[in-house]
Design a protein around this ligand. Structure first.
Ligand code: NDP
Length: 283
């Protein structure tokens, strides 16, 4: 394991708890101390860490750190499977696969979907992409940190799944906070609002399957939630937030999507027609 931030340390602890031998290296060496005391082996250099095992896990701030660390390990990469669990752009993962292939190594890209404290528990899961044969050879080991979900051979896929899903997560949380701020202007507590928001999120979830059908078919019949109808509601939300003197960035962003749909003549279609504006940058 190379990279001992909160995430890398949690992974090492999960491996040690599972009785797995682990060699560790970190730029700031002292971060390995507690893990070495718990049974991990300290590598003196990245090359020593890479040489220690056929499977090398990286948990770094970004892919740039991978080049800084592995750029100096010489021939040690040949024949290795490198699992990069760092977050970065999809293209960074594709470029890394090429860079590692040039050095005789295979890249599995990992997108870990849970916080460090959940790593190694039943609730943990990780998206992987890259060569299926490499994934299958190491799946039992990868499963120690969380459910291992291989999504395909394109290295970018794990980053794309990670980003698409974390986007749903962070945007939902931001919308939740915006609602609390708006209700707060009338003295309503967040505690009163939270269960109602929870119910509403379940309603949103129940629309995913039908929306996905429309998006995949490229067909957006209005079945009670037209773009026009939704646009009016979104306009009122942005207006209410602005009138309250609060930050209008999030509702304004949603409003701009509906405005673009109306301008493109999609008002009578289902709101799912948004896919056609969201796929292109505004002029
Ligand atoms: P941190 O950014 O705290 O730790 C990153 C590690 O990267 C440290 O070991 C750090 O070394 C090392 N590092 C950074 N830059 C360099 C460099 N230039 N050269 C050498 N080493 C470098 O990240 P986390 O542990 O929190 O997360 C790791 C990855 O997992 C990230 O990509 C994050 O997005 C992802 N992730 C994290 C989650 C979490 O809850 N923490 C949840 C889901 C994904 P040093 O100790 O010397 O600084």
């Amino acid at each position: 394991m190379i990279g001992l931030g909160p995430m890398g340390r949690a992974m090492v602890r999960a491996y040690l708890a599972a009785g797995h031998p682990v060699t560790v290296w970190n730029r700031t060496a002292s971060r390995a101390d507690e893990l070495v005391e718990a049974g991990a082996t300290r590598a003196a250099t990245p090359a020593e860490a890479v040489a220690a095992s056929p499977l090398v896990l990286l948990s770094l701030t970004h892919y740039g750190a991978m080049y800084e660390i592995l750029g100096h390990v010489g021939d040690a990469l040949a024949g290795k499977v490198i699992v990069n669990l760092s977050s970065d752009t999809p293209q960074a993962s594709r470029d890394a696969a090429v860079w590692l292939a040039e050095r005789g190594a295979e890249l599995l890209v990992g997108g870990i979907m849970v916080p460090a404290e959940v790593v190694g528990t039943d609730g943990a899961y990780v998206f992987y992409s890259g060569p299926r044969s490499a994934f299958e050879a190491h799946e039992p080991t990868l499963r120690v940190i969380g459910r291992a979900d291989h999504r395909g051979s394109d290295p970018a896929l794990a980053q794309l799944f990670y980003q698409a899903l974390v986007h749903v997560f962070v945007t939902t949380l931001a919308a939740f906070v915006q609602g609390a701020a708006l209700l707060g202007t009338a003295g309503v507590t967040a505690r009163e609002y939270a269960p109602l928001a929870d119910e509403l999120v379940q309603l949103a979830r129940s629309s995913f399957a039908e929306a996905a059908g429309n998006i995949d078919a490229g067909d957006h019949p209005d079945e009670g939630a037209s773009a026009q109808m939704m646009a009016v509601g979104v306009d009122h939300i942005a207006g209410a937030v602005a009138a309250a003197g609060q930050d209008v960035a999030l509702p304004a962003a949603v409003k701009s999507l509906y405005d673009r749909m109306i301008a493109a003549g999609y008002g009578k279609d289902s709101w799912t027609r948004m896919i056609d504006v969201i796929r292109t940058r505004p002029a």
